[in-house]
Design a protein. Structure first.
Length: 151
């Protein structure tokens, strides 16, 4: 199960990001799903399948959220394969893995996404050139969110 401090931290991360959904599952099977819809915020916490009859808790707050209307863009991108915190470099103050104009080869590390205290190196899926970096260092990203425009 998640403790109250963890839940508050997840809520804070979601409120201070452009994400609309955050879902995290622990190794014990407990899962938290937080959504930030237009009119309210919902949190559902469920226990592992091994335990029985643990209720789901829903918390709602009345903080309205502005809806982002992004135009459709058909350019190629490198997308986040997981939810987490985006880091452009291996350490604070270090040179970023990639920058605009850099040529990268398939498998080269382009960034790190931290998820559940694990640092996950994200590699390029093809040989390409970085055209634009779409997220800021330390920003929370969601699954499938474009990180880089490439050509």
């Amino acid at each position: 199960m998640y403790n109250l401090d963890e839940i508050k931290e997840f809520i804070s991360l979601l409120e201070n990001s452009s994400l609309s959904v955050l879902e995290i599952q622990k190794e014990d099977g407990s899962k938290i799903h937080i959504e930030k819809p237009v009119a309210s915020q919902q949190i559902a916490v469920t226990a592992p399948a091994v335990q029985t009859a643990v209720p789901t808790t829903t918390v709602e707050t009345a903080s309205p959220v502005a809806a982002d209307a992004a135009p459709v863009d058909n350019s190629k991108t490198i997308n986040a394969p997981i939810v987490g915190v985006f880091y452009a470099a291996s350490a604070p103050g270090a040179e970023p893995y990639v920058s605009v104009g850099k040529q990268v080869k398939k498998g080269d590390t382009v960034c790190i996404i931290e998820a559940m205290k694990c640092m996950n190196e994200i590699g390029a899926e093809e040989n390409c050139e970085i055209v634009e970096v779409l997220v800021k260092d330390g920003e929370l990203v969601e699954f499938g969110q474009p990180l880089f425009k490439i050509k």
